[in-house]
Each structure stands twice: as structure tokens, then as C-alpha cells.
Design a protein around this ligand. Structure first.
Ligand code: HPA
Length: 274
């Protein structure tokens, strides 16, 4: 179902009524097992997605399904604790919907995180990666259909979708913290099945460093409406076929849990340096 600009305005006004004059500078979208950062906000106000018009509750494991507003490192932020994925049965436009609502609330920067499979044999499960670019050969675009000019142009330039200055900030923040941070290309797959070994090999040949099932719709919508974007992947597992063993969703959640303190520190330091 295509949304009109008035739909986005309606959702934003419901949040506005809850938040008073609070303007979230940064939108944080936290992936599988990484939502704990929302519990670290000061002065937090939580709004379940079901109370916001047109929001859909996430059904994915490790996704709570609410917006939490508050202060992180002294900066006003909005945290999406849980997000939608294409494999849950929604459109890319629905996945990106909250990003545009945040924009209407005044948000200028999006930090998005995900769990992903590692394509590179010289990297390891547990590594963190800042996203330099993405490949999306499958599916349409969250911007397909009538263009909402209030958000951005019909044909947006995405040659620097993942803001170069923010990537530098992330690399500097990681080095301050003594964390290794990879930088690479994220290849978007629709899921819910993991990729085949042949798909992973193909993605690697085409220039991907990681494979995953999220982030790209939100990033496209954010860039379209003029937001700066910083994306991180936690490489929870070696992608299919790299190791001689099957993939397991529990392993993904366990790896995300093991890395969540490291990941939270990095995100916090980036927010502080914005
Ligand atoms: N592929 C796709 N999505 C993922 C993976 C993977 O290997 N690991 C975590 N999310």
C-alpha cells in the first residue's frame, strides 16, 4: 500500500504529542540482539510501534518493537528497538516508513546496525564492519512509486550514501577504543533463508564483504530525505559455504550478545563525536 505524505505527517504528529518539544537529532536502528543500547538512554520515553499509525510490529527474534526516545552521550536520540524485514512479509516502503517519520520529527542523522554474514576469508566471525557501500540487486526500492517530493528528488544520487565523514568518525572512534573496525560493502538479500554457498561466492566476486537481510531500505529512504547515514554490521558468522558447517540462527543471536558491549561502546562514541 503506497503511503501519502499525510500518512507520514499523521504518524509524526502522534509522536510529537508524546514528546513535546523533544527533537531527536539521531535515529538509531538496532539490529538482532543489539537493541540493548535503548536501555541505556537517559530520560527515556518508550512508544510501542502499535501505538503509532502505519507502524508494523516486528516479528523477528531479538526485536522488541518500540521506539525509545531519550539522551545518549547528552544528545537527543530516537532508538528503534526492532525493525521490519522484507522476509516478514512487508514492502520495502513499510520497512523504511519510520525513517521518514523521524525525518519529520527533525532527525538529521541515522545510525543503523545489523547482524551479517562474513564473506571475506581473511576476516572472522565477531568482527565489526562499518558499511562503505551496498549492493542491492534483488527487490525493488523503498522509493518506488509516486515520488514524495517533500522528502527528496525522484532520482536521488547515492554515490555517497554512507556519509564518508561519518565513516571516518567511526574508524577514529574505534581506534580510540582499541577496537578493530573493518570497512566494507554490504550485499542485501531478501531472506528469510540464508544465502546458498554459490550466492555467497557470487556476492564476493561482485565486491561484497558481508551479506545480510536488512539496512538497505532504511538507508535509501534516509539518504533520499537528506539524512546522513552511518551503518555498521556485526559479522556474526562466516557466510554460507565459507566453513564446512550449516548456519544456525541461534549462533547469530549468541554472537550478537557476545559483541553487544563492544558494539554499544562504539555506537556511543560515534554519537558523542557527531
Ligand atoms: N546471511 C544473511 N543474514 C545474516 C547472516 C548471514 O549469513 N548472518 C546474520 N544475518
Amino acid at each position: 500500500m503506497p503511503f501519502s505524505f499525510a500518512d507520514y505527517q499523521r504518524s509524526a504528529s502522534v509522536l510529537h504529542a508524546r514528546l513535546g518539544g523533544f527533537v531527536p537529532e539521531v535515529l538509531l536502528i538496532l539490529g538482532s540482539g543489539l537493541g540493548g543500547l535503548a536501555d541505556e538512554l537517559e530520560g527515556a520515553v518508550a512508544v510501542p510501534y502499535r501505538e503509532i499509525p502505519h507502524f508494523r510490529p516486528s516479528t523477528a527474534p531479538g526485536h522488541a518493537g518500540r521506539f525509545v526516545f531519550g539522551y545518549l552521550e547528552g544528545r537527543p536520540v530516537a532508538v528503534m528497538q526492532g525493525r521490519m524485514h522484507y522476509y516478514e512479509g512487508c514492502s520495502l516502503e513499510e520497512i523504511a516508513y519510520p525513517v521518514r517519520v523521524a525525518r519529520l520529527l527533525g532527525t538529521e542523522t541515522m545510525i543503523v546496525t545489523n547482524a551479517a554474514g562474513c564473506v571475506r576469508r581473511d576476516w572472522a566471525a565477531g568482527d565489526l564492519m562499518v558499511i562503505s557501500d551496498h549492493i542491492k540487486f534483488f527487490l525493488d526500492s523503498p522509493l518506488r512509486g509516486e515520488n514524495l517530493d517533500q522528502f527528496g528528488p525522484r532520482f536521488p544520487d547515492v554515490s555517497t550514501l554512507y556519509t564518508p565523514a561519518l565513516r571516518k568518525t567511526a574508524l577514529a572512534a574505534a581506534s580510540e577504543l582499541g577496537l578493530t573496525l573493518r570497512e566494507g560493502v554490504y550485499c542485501y538479500f531478501p531472506g528469510p533463508q540464508y544465502e546458498t554457498p554459490a550466492e555467497v561466492r557470487a556476492a564476493g566476486i561482485l565486491g561484497a564483504d558481508a551479506v545480510g537481510m536488512s539496512t538497505v531500505p532504511e538507508a535509501l529512504a534516509a539518504r533520499h530525505c537528506g539524512m546522513e547515514v552511518l551503518g555498521f554490521s556485526l559479522l556474526t558468522n562466516m557466510a554460507a559455504g565459507i566453513l564446512d558447517q550449516p548456519l544456525d540462527g541461534d549462533e547469530v543471536i549468541a554472537a550478537a550478545n557476545a559483541a553487544k558491549d563492544r558494539f554499544s561502546l562504539l555506537v556511543r562514541r560515534c554519537v558523542a563525536r557527531l
